[in-house]
Design a binder for this molecule. Structure first.
Ligand code: MEV
Length: 452
């Protein structure tokens, strides 16, 4: 086995050479290579597409691709594709979708769809003068990006606004060109970043050439030009509502009113307690990330934004809210979702394309509605379990197959275990004992029985 060392030029090696190099860090290099190659796609063209998504690719890392059926969203039925490795998430979403399907389903409203990009720069000059010159600068910035924005404008998007933000109070000389974009059906990161980099060039030229600045004011240091993943104005609201007595069927021990009240308390706790809020919101992102992944969207951007949005009042809080009024229970999620249905991986990943097809080739707004509904469904499922039978019972049942796989259980053993744990509490040690009991040599059992 090779000692770990710094390697130069790893990216220049072929895929086989990379694999070969890395394999030498394993006790059994041939075994490592065989294992990684066993995950290659049979179709070389498809494998090549996947290889080229990122860099230094040596294999594929499989995640399950599942379907959460029966989502009624704004009176339309969707069977939603989800990519997630965690057991019970898809089951919980499906169960919640079915529960709400005969109660009007999920209702949605797109609140806004714009995104933000910033050029951060340092400039030491007369800010009042700069403010009066802003209309001229704005025209120049827009003009400088005309080649980039032409296509987007044809699709109904483009640059919506450009403003100067004075951040001197935070860092001496710090300003931003803060631009608002509409990117229609694309997530728009490349479009926004390309515009911003043009803005930066034009901005520097403006300070250099404009007759209104004196020599001390000509120097503008552009620190960086980049979109913001915080999109508090690209927001969708989704809610589900029903008469409180319809909630009575959820749990044998609670009336509809008791369930609603306990549920409301659970949400209030997530609204006031950061420790709980993070877990509560994580449950929402279980669903949201899974749909984002299945449709080729950037789940890291969505998560970063969601958590920032959850802190927008200065205190991190729940993204969902519950209202109990006039005998009605209404559960709402309000969340920013910068999603795309064209561009990026959405059209490149063969399964992302199929996911979008399954959803009826939605536009970005429709995908926001669908994704937010799944987030609400997962959160509803989690809170419902937490305030009734607890999370572990259902979760561990779903997790049973994973534990059995850790024991290399055969199909027959799995069937026996599933039947056994129908009534028993699932835990790693309980499965261990059960599997051992199945695998005990029959002769020993006979001795035990004989001794009885
Ligand atoms: C587990 O992945 C997610 C939950 O912890 C969410 C929650 O507690 O609300 C069940």
């Amino acid at each position: 086995m090779k000692e770990k060392e710094i390697i130069c030029g790893f990216s220049k090696l072929t895929k086989d050479q990379k694999l070969d190099y890395i394999s030498n860090h394993f006790e059994n290099p041939a075994d490592f290579v065989e294992e990684l190659k066993s995950f290659y796609h049979d179709d070389e063209n498809k494998q090549k597409i996947i290889d080229e998504f990122s860099e230094n690719t040596v294999s594929n890392f499989f995640f399950p691709y599942g379907i959460s059926p029966n989502f009624v969203i704004d009176d339309k039925v969707y069977h939603v594709p989800m990519v997630i490795e965690e057991s019970s998430v898809i089951a919980a979403a499906s169960k919640a979708a079915k529960f709400w399907s005969d109660k009007g389903g999920f209702h949605t409203e797109i609140i806004s769809t714009t995104k933000i990009g910033q050029v951060h720069f340092i400039w030491n000059g007369n800010v009042e003068k700069l403010k009066t010159l802003m209309p001229d600068l704005k025209d120049r910035l827009i003009e400088s990006t005309q080649d980039i924005t032409a296509n987007m404008q044809k699709r109904g998007g483009g640059i919506i606004d450009i403003e100067l933000v004075d951040k001197n109070a935070d860092i001496p000389g710090y300003y931003q060109i803060k631009a608002t974009f509409e990117t229609v059906d694309s997530m728009g990161a490349n479009f926004i970043n390309s515009c911003l980099e043009e803005f930066a060039i034009e901005l520097k030229a403006f300070f250099l050439k404009s007759p209104y600045f004196n020599d001390e004011e000509r120097d503008c240091e552009v620190i960086m030009s980049i979109l913001s993943n915080y999109t508090p104005d690209c927001v969708v609201k989704v809610w589900a509502e029903c008469e409180i007595d319809k909630l009575g069927k959820i749990d044998e021990e609670l009336t509809g009113e008791q369930f609603a009240s306990k549920f409301e308390k659970a949400v209030q706790i997530a609204q006031v307690d950061t420790y709980r809020a993070a877990t509560h919101n994580k449950g929402i992102f279980n669903g949201i990330d899974a749909v984002a992944l299945a449709t080729g969207n950037d789940f890291r951007a969505i998560e970063a934004c969601g958590h920032a949005y959850a802190s927008r009042t200065g205190k991190y809080t729940s993204l969902t809210d519950v209202k109990i009024e006039n005998g009605k229970f209404r559960y709402t999620l309000t969340i920013p979702l910068a999603l795309g249905t064209v561009g990026g991986l959405t059209g490149l990943h063969p399964l992302a394309k199929k996911s979008l097809e399954l959803l009826g080739n939605p536009n970005a707004k429709e995908l926001m509605r669908i994704t937010a509904s799944v987030g609400l469904a997962n959160n509803f499922g989690a809170i419902k379990s937490l305030v009734t039978k607890g999370i572990q019972k259902g979760h561990m049942k779903m997790h049973l197959l994973n534990i059995l796989n850790q024991f290399d259980a055969t199909e027959i053993e799995k069937e026996k275990a599933k039947a056994h744990f129908e009534e028993e509490k699932v835990s790693y040690s309980a499965v261990d004992v059960f599997i051992k009991s199945l695998r005990e040599p029959i002769v020993n059992k006979k001795i035990v029985y004989a001794g009885k």
